[in-house]
Design a binder for this molecule. Structure first.
Ligand code: NAG
Ligand code: CA
Ligand code: CA
Ligand code: CA
Length: 344
């Protein structure tokens, strides 16, 4: 376990205000129910209020079905990365099998996180496991939180799901909507994601600049500003300055793009068809996270954040539609550079 790897894992534990909204909604519902019955013991209410990054989906599912069930709600099978994760995950254990997002499907004997095929940063195998008995490639939790490899197809169980936002920051720098994490150190302007139809309804572009710790041999970049264009309206965020306007010139308080400012944070959202896109910008850490609700744009996006069809393995799609292999990161990144933009 290298320290870098562990540091990476913290990325997914950043508090998501989305959860808070969800929790608040759930809390309201619980309070309403409590008010109606006047019988809920206080203890139970307190327990339910504890926020969890996990959701469990019960059902007799094999590992693939479990992964699909998580994706259907915008999650992915959980990545257990610490003792704390194990403790939290155990609370969801009910039947024998609770699937998690760890597998050696793509290379027998080397288990990785399913999203982005990333190396494991924590291990919690049950004694004698993994034993690959009759070719077992998919990992589940036992009731005590330990891991076992089991048959991906014939074994049935529940799904432990976790939510991951697509984001651009630190190392590994980028994570696509489908959870493929990769490092690409481009400079100047790139398409982060856009509606991939011939006449895009929206487009989000980002500007990268070299960080202070860059050397001529190794450039490390970070995001400094971004441009959200919806129809003919745009909002450009540079640091914490926001300029809104119309692409034809006149300035406007853009209506299509909603902007909320918090101390050192900016949230933008816009809705098209059944979908609401949310962008969260944390200037201090130069993190831009994107997420969306709804299904009309599933598989219909393109750019550095991938195509959002649920499959992390086909995310390196170029503007011409061709799909590159995992190793062609530089080609993929360069293909989304906005050639008409100049930066110094
Ligand atoms: C913002 O993006 C839109 C769409 O890509 C583009 O037309 C516009 O020129 C950009 N604005 C600026 C100031 O970069
Ligand atoms: Ca195996
Ligand atoms: Ca086993
Ligand atoms: Ca994909």
């Amino acid at each position: 376990m290298s320290p870098t790897k562990l540091a990476n894992s913290y990325r997914i534990f950043l508090p998501k205000s989305k959860y808070c909204e969800e929790m608040m909604l759930r809390l309201l519902v619980i309070l309403a129910v409590a008010g109606a019955t006047l019988a809920s013991p206080k203890e139970r209410l307190v327990k339910k209020q504890a926020a969890s990054k996990y959701k469990v989906i019960r059902g007799s599912m094999n590992w693939r079905e479990a992964q699909t069930a998580c994706e259907d709600i915008g999650y992915s099978l959980a990545e257990i990365r610490s003792k704390e994760d194990t403790y939290e995950a155990k609370q969801f254990h009910d039947e024998d099998i609770l699937w998690i997002g760890i597998t050696d499907i793509s290379h027998e004997g080397t288990f990785t996180y399913w999203r982005g095929d990333a190396a494991l940063t924590y291990l919690n195998w049950a004694p004698g496991e993994p034993n690959n008995l009759d070719d077992e490639d998919c990992v589940h939790l036992w009731a005590d939180g330990t891991w076992n490899d089991h048959d991906c197809v014939t074994t049935k169980g529940d799904a432990l799901c976790e939510h991951f936002d697509a984001d651009i920051h630190g190392d590994p720098h980028m994570t696509t909507f489908d959870g493929h994490a990769y490092t690409f150190q481009g400079t100047c302007w790139y398409t982060m994601f856009k509606d991939c139809s011939p006449n895009p309804g929206f487009e989000v572009t980002t500007k990268f600049e070299p960080r202070e710790d860059s050397t001529p041999e190794q450039v490390r970049t970070r995001i400094v500003s971004f441009n959200v264009t919806v129809g003919d309206q745009y909002a450009i965020v540079d640091g914490l300055d926001i300029v809104t306007g119309r692409t034809h010139g006149q300035l406007t308080a853009a209506k299509a793009i909603h902007i909320e400012e918090e101390e050192k944070k900016i949230r933008l959202h816009f809705s098209l068809k059944d979908t609401t896109f949310t962008l969260d910008w944390t200037l201090r850490k130069h993190i831009l996270s994107a997420s969306f609700t709804g299904s009309d744009y599933h598989g219909k996006l393109c750019g550095l954040m991938g195509n959002a069809d649920g499959d992390p393995l086909n995310d390196f799609q170029k503007p011409d539609g061709s799909v590159l292999n995992h190793v062609d990161v530089a080609d993929f990144g360069d293909s989304w550079k906005i050639k008409s933009k100049k930066c110094d």
